[in-house]
Write a protein that binds this ligand. Structure first.
Ligand SMILES: Nc1nc2c(ncn2[C@@H]2O[C@H](COP(=O)(O)OP(=O)(O)OP(=O)(O)O)[C@@H](O)[C@H]2O)c(=O)[nH]1
Ligand SMILES: [Mg+2]
Length: 349
């Protein structure tokens, strides 16, 4: 059993054709009813979908199976909206809302849930009515802040990958346990304790992160297993949004040469030696300060505000939507207000 959903596949309002997808149990039967024609699986057919006894358009219908069909109509927002409304009146669920509900169920933190809930409650549609009142340059300014909010909100919806790195015995696993809030990994005074890469979700202030503890770096006394762990750690660091290099206060080790901007050095075990470093942490002596320092490093490095949630504000939730906002801002900045609004138009709901 799968719920029957309708969604618009084509970009809103752009292009000569709008494509509506019906997916779920009874998709072919519902589309056949709408078009007053017996649609066959695999056969493309010219149809005339109807609403309230009125013919809406000439369209192409195609059913891939009983559970998935497409309707290709002329590219027009009111037409796509009318057809979507008719299919919903016949019992199909709103696919865009269903996708948001799924996103809500998987929200990795409270901030993400609040953002998605606002979108479900029509934040975008409301703001669109406001955007329609603006001149091009004011619209461009508002879109620049929407773009920035959406960039930051991405890290609420898809937690940043943060890797801990540094020499053996730097206190990486100790910091890992503090950040995840439990004794998840083994900590010991024996250098080379961590051999595998271990990943767990953690929360820094309002921000969720995917934290990875990796095997420490050293050149001597390394067996094949430890070397493999070190190699895995390097691979994970290359894909991380932020790498925290821990350099022990009592035995400083600088990060390798030529590290990218995603690396931040923290001085660890700061209770063991005097250090003038601003980013010094001691999990043993001052765990709360350590949490604050790590949160500040994350926010500074990814340019994140305290929170990406502004009550009722619209957010572009995925990459495609973020890119569309970018194009809309460029269009508004170039004075093409109509093009910008076309790109921002809410999906046919
Ligand atoms: N004094 C002090 N000792 C610490 C602190 N943090 C960790 N340690 C100690 O440092 C030693 C190494 O800690 P780990 O967390 O296992 O270090 P690691 O970087 O994960 O080491 P490897 O897994 O071998 O790479 C342990 O004895 C910890 O108790 C700290 O803030 N202060
Ligand atoms: Mg360790």
């Amino acid at each position: 059993m799968s719920v029957l959903e309708v969604r618009e596949l084509s970009p809103r309002g752009a292009g000569g054709v709008s494509v509506l997808e019906l997916r779920g149990d009874g998709a072919r039967a519902m589309l056949s009813g709408l078009c007053d024609a017996e649609l066959k699986v695999g056969a493309l057919r010219l149809v005339r979908p109807r609403s309230g006894g009125e013919e809406l358009d000439e369209a192409l219908a195609w059913c891939e199976s009983d559970e998935r069909c497409e309707l290709h109509v002329h590219g027009s927002v009111p037409l796509a909206r009318a057809l979507t409304a008719e299919l919903r009146a016949r019992g199909a669920k709103d696919g865009a809302a269903a996708a948001l509900e799924e996103l809500l169920a998987q929200a990795p933190c409270e901030m993400a849930a609040r953002i998605v809930l606002d979108q479900l409650e029509g934040a975008w549609e409301r703001e669109f009515e406001h955007w329609k009142q603006l001149d091009a340059s004011t619209l461009a300014r508002e879109l620049a802040s929407l773009e920035e909010r959406s960039r930051a909100a991405r890290f609420a919806l898809e937690p940043a990958r943060v890797a801990l790195a540094g020499p053996v015995n730097a206190g990486k696993s100790t910091l890992f346990n503090l950040l995840v809030g439990r004794e998840r990994v083994v900590v010991s005074a024996v250098p080379g304790t961590t051999r595998d890469a271990i990943s767990e979700r953690a929360q820094l202030g309002a921000w969720p992160i995917e934290l990875v503890d990796t095997a420490g770096e050293r050149d001597h006394e390394v067996d094949a297993l430890e070397r493999e762990g070190q190699q895995l750690g390097r691979t994970l660091r290359a894909g991380a949004d932020l790498v925290l290099w821990l350099s022990p206060a009592d035995r400083p080790v600088p990060p390798p040469h030529g590290t990218p901007a995603t690396w931040v050095t923290l001085t660890s075990r700061a209770d063991l030696a005097q250090t003038g470093e601003p980013r010094a942490v001691s999990v043993h002596a001052a765990p709360q300060t350590a949490l604050r320092v790590v949160e500040a490093a994350l926010r500074e490095s990814l340019a994140l505000p305290e929170s990406a949630w502004e009550p009722g504000a619209p957010i572009a939730l995925d990459r495609e939507a973020r890119e569309r906002v970018g194009r809309a801002r460029a269009a508004a900045a170039a004075g093409d207000r109509d093009r910008a609004l076309d790109l921002l138009r809410p999906a046919a709901r």
